[in-house]
Design a protein around this ligand. Structure first.
Ligand code: MN3
Length: 191
């Protein structure tokens, strides 16, 4: 078994003007694809040749771990975006009210964490093993899966995610992110 690049869940131009076709051509077509290609080279002849992506994330180390985490993180990220956003559903909205005080309070805390995530990384809404929700940052390729947490929502804050559309302004990128968030996908991840 080898890893494959999943189809994007929308057309490359579908998220414009918030995320351009050009960004997706690079971010999905080159960066995400490169993680898949590099992982497949690294598993050749190893115990991971027949392992699932999730098992490999739990067991791999070093360069391979970085690549497989980035494959998973990006696939999850594309699913967190939609050209047809709707308001958060009741189950998710209630959970956000309980933990953060409200949907807008959650968005503020998540955006502040993303703005403050130093260097390359990801910002997540996670569900802990005890069912509680939390906003967390990870660095580089690190992913909540590796730490026994369920990912609910994420934003990629590597510069490659926003440099084409927003240059150095992560803040502008984050403002536009809220216009294309797939709340229904986030809600479907709640346990
Ligand atoms: Mn990325």
């Amino acid at each position: 078994m080898s890893f494959s690049l999943p189809e994007l869940p929308f057309a490359k131009e579908a998220l414009e003007p918030h995320m351009s076709r050009e960004t997706l051509e690079y971010h999905y077509g080159k960066h995400h694809k490169a993680y898949v290609d590099k992982a497949n080279k690294l598993i050749a002849g190893t115990e991971f040749e027949k392992a699932s992506l999730e098992d490999t994330i739990q067991k791999a180390n070093g360069g391979l771990l970085n690549q497989v985490q980035q494959i998973w993180n990006h696939t999850f990220f594309w699913n967190c975006l939609t050209p047809n956003p709707k308001e958060p559903g009741k189950k998710l909205a209630d959970a956000l009210v309980k933990t953060f005080g409200g949907v807008e309070d959650f968005k503020k805390e998540f955006a502040a964490a993303a703005a403050g995530n130093f260097g390359s990384g990801w910002t997540w809404l996670v569900q802990n093993a005890d069912g509680t929700l939390a906003v967390e940052n990870t660095s580089n390729a690190d992913t909540p899966l590796r730490h026994g947490k369920k990912a609910i929502l994420t934003v990629d804050v590597w510069e490659h995610a926003y440099y084409i559309d927003y240059r150095n302004s992560r803040a502008n990128y984050l403002e536009h992110y809220w216009q294309i968030v797939n709340w229904a996908f986030a809600e479907s991840n709640l346990g």
